[in-house]
Write a protein that binds this ligand. Sequence first.
Ligand SMILES: [Mn+2]
Length: 338
Amino acid sequence: MQKPLSVESDFLNVYHHLFKPPELTNSKYPFGDVDKKISFDDANVVLFGIPLDITTSFGKGTRNGPEAIRKTSARQIETFVFEEKIDFRDKVKIFDLGDLILPHYHDTQKIFSYLDKVVPDINRNLSLLNKKPLVLGGEHTISYFCFKGLSYQKPLLIHFDAHRDLKPAFRGMKMCHATPFFRLIKENFIKGNDIIQIGIRQEDRDENQVAHDERVVTFDAWNVKSKFERVLSHIRKITKNRRIYISFDIDVLDCQYVPCTGTPEPFGLDPSEIIKILNSIDDSAVLIGMDLVETALKNDDYREGTIASQILLRIFSKKYVRNQVYIPNEKSIKCRGL
Ligand SMILES: [Mn+2]
C-alpha cells in the first residue's frame, strides 16, 4: 500500500510510532535539550538514533552512541560555539525524533531487512520535506540505509573514518560494519569517484583494489598530516556548489581521543584537524544529510559523546547546513504503508 504524504504533519502520523521518544531513552533528554516548542514543521534538521550494535567485530558499546551524544549535548556542553561566537540554536532548528525501535534485534537478516524497509523511506521523505536527516549510530552499517534514501540527489559523500568500509564481505557477512560503501557502489547508489575518504589508515588488499578500481578519492591520515593545506584547498574546490552527505565515524580520531569505540586506531586525526577540514567545505555546498556512527559509551566515560556533540555543533554553525536544495514539483511524496 502506498500512502501519499502531502503535508508535513503526515510524516509524524506515519512514522512517529516507529521511534522511542528521546525522553524515554536512557539519555532522558533530546539532543541539546532544545526547546520543545520547535515543532517538526519548523525544524530544518531532523535527528534520530539507530542504536544498532550487532555486527561490530571487536569492541561493543556503540548501541549507546545516541545516549552518549544526547546526554553530553543536553547536560554537559554549552550551546554556544566558542570560536564561532554563535549559539547553534540560532542557526538550526532541530527536531529529535528519538531512537528507531529495532525489532528482531538479534536476528541479523530480519533487522537488516527491517532497516532497508524503513530507513531509506524516512530519509527520502524528510529530504522531500526540505529537512536534513541527521542519524546517530550505532554501527557503520546504518550508513548504507541512510544514504540509499538520499542518493537520488547525487551528492558527494564525505566519509571520515580510520577504515575504508569497502570490503565485499567480512567474516562471511556481506552486510556489516565493514561493507556499507562497497554495497552502495556495487548497487549503483553512488559512483566511487563521488566518495571522498578522509583519515584512512587501515585497509586490506581487496578494499585497496576496490578503492583503486572505483576511483574513490582518498586523503589518508598521512596525507592529512603531511599535506594539510593542500587537502583543505582540494576539499574547498570539490565541494563548491555540490550537494554533500557526511558519514562520520568517530574512529577517524586518534585512539587517544576515543576510548570506547569498537575499533580504535593509532596515527589518527585530532579534533582541531577535523574542525579545520569541516570548515574547508565550501559555503556554497548544500548538506543534504549526515550520519555520525560508532560513538560508544562504556563505564560512564562520556569523552566520545562530548567530542561527537562538539563536532555536530560546529557543523551546525556552517552555512552548508542551512543551504537548501530546490526540489522541483515534488509536493506529494510517497511512503510505504506501515
Ligand atoms: Mn571505522
